[in-house]
Design a protein around this ligand. Structure first.
Ligand SMILES: Nc1ncnc2c1ncn2[C@@H]1O[C@H](COP(=O)(O)OP(=O)(O)OP(=O)(O)O)[C@@H](O)[C@H]1O
Ligand SMILES: [Mg+2]
Length: 306
C-alpha cells in the first residue's frame, strides 16, 4: 500500500476513458447492488467490460498512470496532442473522476485548465473573483485584500464590471490566470491555454509562476513551449497515448520527447511522396489512441530509458 504523506498530488494506477462519437442519451441504468458490483468488477479488471472490445466506442485517455508530485515541487507535463495531459490536470483538480484507480490531491487547488475553468460567463469579472475566492475557501476580507492586485495583473480595469461573456478569449484567460495565481492556492495547475494570451501577458504569467515556485508552491504546468517547461520545472513527465513514456529530470525527458518527434517526423517523410502531406502523420499531431484495456496492462512495458 502506498502512502501519500508529503505528496501534494498522487495518482495510483489511474485509468480514464471517454466515449467516442456522439453521445447518445440512453435510459439511465438503475443503481442496484448487482450493477454496482458489476462496475466494481469491471473497474478492477476482473470482469470483461461490456462493449469494450477493439473498435468499440471508447478511448483510453489515461492507461495505468501512477506518479507523485511532492509538496513544493514543480512538474511539467509534455506530450503530443491527445496524449492525456489536460485529462491528468482535470483529474487532479477533481473536474472529472477516474474510471479506476485513485487520485489524491492535498490542499487548495487553483487551476487554469480550460479557458473557462472556474469562470462563469454570466457574472462580471468582479463577481467571478469573489466567487472563485470563496470556492477556494477564502474569506471576503482576504479576497478584497488581493482584488486590486488581481485586476492590475490581468489589466482588466475597464472591464471588471462587464459580464465575462463579453470578454475576448485572451481577456478571459487573463482573468482566469490572475485569479488562480493570486488567491494563494497551495497547488497551481496550469494548462497551455495561456497561449491565448498575448506575448507580454504570457511573459508575465511565466514570471509569476516562477515567483510562486520559488516560494515553495506546488506547480503542475502543461505546455508545448519546451523552453517555458525547462525554465519552470526541474522534473518533467512525458505522456504518450495516455501512458507515461518518461518521468525524470527536465533535460533528459525533453530530449527523449524531441528524439521521438524527430523519429516520427522521419517516418512521416518516408511515407509521404515529396511535397505531399495531409497532416495526418504530423509528428506533433494527434497520437493514435491506445486501444488496450486494464486486462491488457501486462502487454505494455514502460520505456526503460529514464
Ligand atoms: N470530454 C471528452 N470526451 C471524449 N473524449 C475526450 C474528452 N476529453 C478528452 N478526450 C480524449 O482524451 C484524449 C486525451 O485528451 P487530452 O485533452 O487529455 O489531451 P492533451 O494531451 O491535453 O492534448 P492537447 O495537447 O491537444 O491539449 C484525446 O484522445 C481526447 O480526444
Ligand atoms: Mg490539452
Amino acid at each position: 500500500m502506498s502512502s501519500n504523506h508529503g505528496a501534494a498530488i498522487e495518482f495510483e494506477h489511474v485509468w480514464k476513458r471517454y466515449r467516442l462519437g456522439e453521445y447518445v442519451r440512453r435510459k439511465r441504468r438503475r443503481r442496484t447492488l448487482k450493477s454496482e458490483l458489476t462496475l466494481a468488477l469491471e473497474r478492477s479488471g476482473l470482469k470483461r467490460v461490456k462493449g469494450e472490445d477493439l473498435g468499440s466506442g471508447f478511448i483510453w485517455a489515461l492507461a495505468d498512470i501512477s506518479f507523485r508530485v511532492e509538496e513544493g515541487e514543480s512538474v511539467g507535463i509534455i506530450g503530443p496532442n491527445g496524449s492525456g495531459k489536460s485529462t491528468s490536470l482535470k483529474l487532479a483538480s477533481r473536474i472529472t473522476v477516474p474510471w479506476s484507480g485513485r487520485v489524491h490531491a492535498r490542499g487548495r487547488i487553483g487551476s487554469l485548465i480550460e479557458i473557462k475553468s472556474g469562470i462563469h460567463p454570466e457574472l462580471t469579472g468582479r463577481e467571478n473573483i469573489y466567487l472563485y475566492g470563496t470556492i477556494l475557501g477564502l474569506r471576503r476580507k482576504e479576497i478584497k485584500k488581493r482584488f486590486e492586485e488581481i485586476v492590475d495583473f490581468a489589466e482588466l480595469h475597464r472591464y471588471i464590471d462587464t459580464p465575462v461573456k463579453r470578454y475576448s478569449s485572451g481577456m478571459e484567460v487573463r482573468l482566469g490566470f490572475s485569479v488562480a495565481a493570486h488567491l494563494d492556492p497551495e497547488i497551481l495547475l496550469v494548462d497551455e491555454v495561456l497561449a491565448v494570451g498575448d506575448e507580454s501577458f504570457q511573459h508575465r504569467c511565466i514570471e509569476r509562476m516562477d515567483q510562486l515556485r520559488a516560494t515553495g508552491q506546488t506547480l503542475v504546468f502543461v505546455s508545448h513551449v519546451l523552453a517555458d517547461v525547462r525554465r519552470l520545472c526541474r522534473r518533467v513527465i512525458y505522456l504518450d497515448r495516455g501512458m507515461i513514456r518518461a518521468d525524470g529530470p527536465a533535460d533528459d525527458v525533453i530530449n527523449i520527447y524531441l528524439n521521438d518527434v524527430a523519429e516520427r517526423g522521419a517516418s512521416w517523410r518516408e511515407r509521404m511522396p515529396a511535397g505531399v502531406g495531409d497532416g495526418s502523420g504530423d509528428p506533433n499531431g494527434p497520437a493514435e489512441e491506445w486501444p488496450s484495456h486494464p486486462r491488457a496492462r501486462a502487454r505494455y512495458s514502460r520505456d526503460p530509458r529514464v
